[in-house]
Design a protein around this ligand. Structure first.
Ligand SMILES: [Zn+2]
Length: 265
């Protein structure tokens, strides 16, 4: 998986189309050469004049026969853009080299798809409250594993608070995962953040779950009654006395769960 920085002057237009685009016919232009290096699952940090705008995930490998030089991407935008000055201060020392996206006076250089190292990428992800879950797939050559980004998890300050409350223990199954980076759990929004549902980023709309139960909650494979009883699977949700759940969020989730049930049958 690769990381890139784009200075995207046509941010709004490209976001609308869900692509990045090397807008040039000059085959020797660096933007055109680099866009064909993009592979499915690559992470692209998008900067425009006003600052850091979005984290993009490439949905396809770039296709050299595509005359328009576009690559389809998922846009993960923030509520408000992050200013360039604070971004540069944090990552500048990791942006060495000839093709820095930022010039010596800390201004954006004209250019597209600067390769970023992992250190800079992790700082940028943290800055916008995102974590990436890596998904490994075996390739035909058993020694090689290809890493795809499967989804972006919003790790907001609020969800970090909920995870602390439950000490990273899944409220559904009680599992407590430990990785080499320490304990791992996910803050799961009952009504998802962002479009189209625009759920609130507040503790009453967030659960502390293991990755499996996060996926099942998001996919309406189970739901939760107001009293904490699980619907569709056995058991009760563990709820701390300091953690009040939003009745509105639970009602919304149950409505979506019932809808999903109906469309199944
Ligand atoms: Zn679980």
């Amino acid at each position: 998986m690769q990381f890139f920085w784009v200075n995207q002057s046509l941010f709004k237009q490209e976001q609308k189309l869900g692509v990045i685009r090397a807008d040039t016919r000059d085959s020797e232009h660096h933007a055109r050469r680099r866009i064909f290096d993009v592979r499915k699952g690559d992470v692209i940090f998008s900067f425009s004049k006003s600052g850091f705008q979005a984290v993009l995930i490439a949905e396809e490998n770039a296709d050299a026969s595509n005359k328009n030089c576009t690559v389809a991407c998922t846009y993960n935008t923030f509520e408000s853009c992050i200013d360039l000055d604070s971004t540069i201060k944090l990552v500048q020392k990791h942006l060495q080299g000839l093709y820095s996206p930022i010039d010596s006076a800390s201004r954006r250089n004209q250019g597209y798809l600067y390769p970023l190292n992992e250190k800079a990428a992790i700082i940028l992800l943290e800055l916008c409250g995102l974590e990436i879950e890596y998904q490994e797939t075996e390739t035909a050559n058993p020694k090689r594993k290809e890493i795809l980004v499967s989804r972006i998890i919003r790790n907001t300050k609020v969800s970090q608070g909920v995870k602390r409350t439950y000490k990273n223990t899944c409220q559904v199954c009680g599992v407590n995962l430990t990785t080499s980076n320490g304990p791992y759990s996910e803050g799961a929004h009952i009504i998802p953040l962002g479009k189209p549902y625009n759920g609130p980023d507040v503790e009453s709309n967030i659960l502390c779950l293991c990755p499996n139960h996060h996926v099942l909650l998001d996919g309406f494979a189970f739901s939760i009654a107001e009293n904490g009883k699980l619907i569709g699977i056995e058991g009760n949700l563990q709820i701390s006395k300091d953690h009040k759940l939003s009745k509105k969020s639970l009602a919304w989730h149950k409505m979506m769960y019932n809808k999903a049930l109906k469309s199944d049958s």
